[in-house]
Design a protein around this ligand. Structure first.
Ligand code: ACO
Length: 423
């Protein structure tokens, strides 16, 4: 069977034959038929905007791999910092590389005092932590003027290291500001996830972090580290394509993540469970969703037409957390919701399954995070995914500044009308 596609322009009879590789063909070949011909694909449903070797997803089969490694194996055997190294470098680190990487990240966790005292203190007391996080990332870049030197050897690596190391510090700082709590400095003797939980929740000298909760946090970080060309990563790539510095690009990516159709869904999902309130209300809630009154939050995915493998891992891990914290009373409502939805033809026919956000909020809540921190918890580990794509884009010769074309549907040329002659 020929691995080509032939496109015929019936207006002119011209045709072009293009090779298909891995199920992809270069649609720019259409220019040979007519340079003014455009393809209309408003949400990139059939468009691959880049070639990438970071993450593989098979949405029909529910497969997710980072750099070829199945997410289930990484979730079971790896750590977040090891996965971060893998995503950035393409290979798992050896013992020496991991030691150096861990040391480097651990020793870049501090942030400039002005960030806390002058920048964060300027927010209103009830500012949403994700709004603070987005602005703090952009502001952080101004402390490193050399962050603009993205093509100077080694310079970008330093910013990548800074961002990965500092995002937990920034996230915890935003939380403690909103709670009116004193800021807790990073602790170099702790692991990435333990340090984050310590900066978040430390209340006195005798505070300790339960290792089972640290493990759960680390697992959640692994599961959220990358997810190929989602809305946030696409924002990262589009901004990076103008050669903006990684802080500015990441602020844009975080903004995209904030939306309730994307990372904001974990917040929306737990709010939905609270709204449902009891197992008895599940059936009527599903009925109202089917009638068009809102969506089942944490359900459905552009790519997964099967169970999101991350949701399956989180669902299992939730019990380990609940063993320590006690069961989240919302769990039973979530389980019932899933059961009812997965046996309902509306959800079956549309291939709507729980996504990563359906169960993650239950763990976050059990760990003690307030609901408005949930999307920040997604942004912390996604930092490495965004930066891996940023790096990849800058090295890709096929990439140019992102500049889609449009289908103009407005009025044709007309003459200016004086104000006293307008209707
Ligand atoms: N609840 C009810 N119906 C849904 C849901 C849902 N959660 N998701 C999709 N549908 C329905 C749509 O109404 C549509 O039905 P129709 O064909 O009768 O019009 C059909 O399923 C297809 O939906 P689309 O919106 O075309 O699917 P799309 O791929 O554009 O959207 C999205 C994907 C945004 C994730 C969607 O499923 C959704 O809104 N889910 C809820 C929000 C959510 O959980 N987002 C997190 C996604 S994971 C992440 O970003 C980390």
């Amino acid at each position: 069977m020929a691995e080509t596609i032939t496109i015929i322009d019936d207006r002119t009879g011209k045709k072009v034959t293009v090779p298909i590789r891995d199920g992809v063909f270069a649609s720019t070949a259409l220019r040979e038929l007519d340079p003014d011909l455009r393809m209309y694909d408003p949400a990139f449903l059939s468009t691959a905007a880049c070639a990438s070797s970071v993450t593989y997803i098979d949405g029909e089969k529910g497969i997710l791999r980072y750099r070829g490694y199945p997410i289930e194996q990484l979730a079971e055997k790896s750590t977040y910092l090891e996965v971060a190294y893998l995503l950035l470098n393409g290979e798992l680190p050896n013992a020496e590389q991991l030691k150096k990487w861990t040391y480097d990240v651990t020793h870049h966790t501090m942030i400039h005092e002005n960030m806390r005292k002058r920048f964060v203190d300027g927010f209103h007391y009830d500012a949403h932590p994700m709004g603070m996080f987005i602005s703090a990332i952009a502001a952080l870049g101004t402390f490193y003027p050399e962050s603009k030197e993205i093509f100077t050897p080694g310079a970008l690596d330093k910013q990548v290291l800074r961002l990965i190391a500092k995002v937990p510090t920034i996230a915890a700082m935003c939380y403690r500001f909103s709670m009116g709590l004193q800021f807790v400095s990073p602790n170099n003797s702790m692991s990435y996830s333990e340090n984050f939980l310590n900066m978040m929740f430390r209340l006195g000298d005798d505070h300790t972090v339960d290792p089972r909760l640290t493990k759960a946090m680390d697992l959640l970080f692994i599961l959220h580290a990358d997810h190929e060309q989602n809305c946030g990563t696409t924002a990262m790539r589009v901004v990076a394509s103008s050669h903006a510095d990684p802080f500015s690009a990441m602020s844009a990516a975080s903004s995209a993540l904030y939306g309730p159709l994307h990372g904001g869904a974990n917040e929306a999902a737990i709010n939905m469970l609270h709204e449902i309130g009891s197992i008895d209300n599940v059936e009527s809630f599903i009925k109202s969703v089917k009638a068009g009154n809102g969506r089942l939050q944490g359900f459905g995915h552009r790519v997964y037409k099967n169970y999101d493998p991350r949701a399956a891992i989180i669902k299992k891990a939730a019990h380990d957390v609940f063993d320590v914290t006690g069961k989240n009373p919302m769990l039973d409502i979530a389980l019932k919701l899933e059961e009812v939805a997965l046996s309902d033809d509306y959800f079956i026919s549309r291939k709507l399954y729980p996504n990563v956000d359906f169960y993650s909020g239950l763990i976050y809540q059990a760990l003690g995070f307030p609901i408005d921190m949930f999307t920040v918890l997604f942004a912390i580990p996604r930092t490495v995914g965004w930066l891996s794509h940023y790096n990849e884009l800058l090295k890709d010769d096929a990439q140019k500044i992102s500049r889609p074309r449009q289908w103009y549907t407005g009025v044709d040329q007309r003459d200016y009308v004086a104000i006293n002659k307008r209707q």
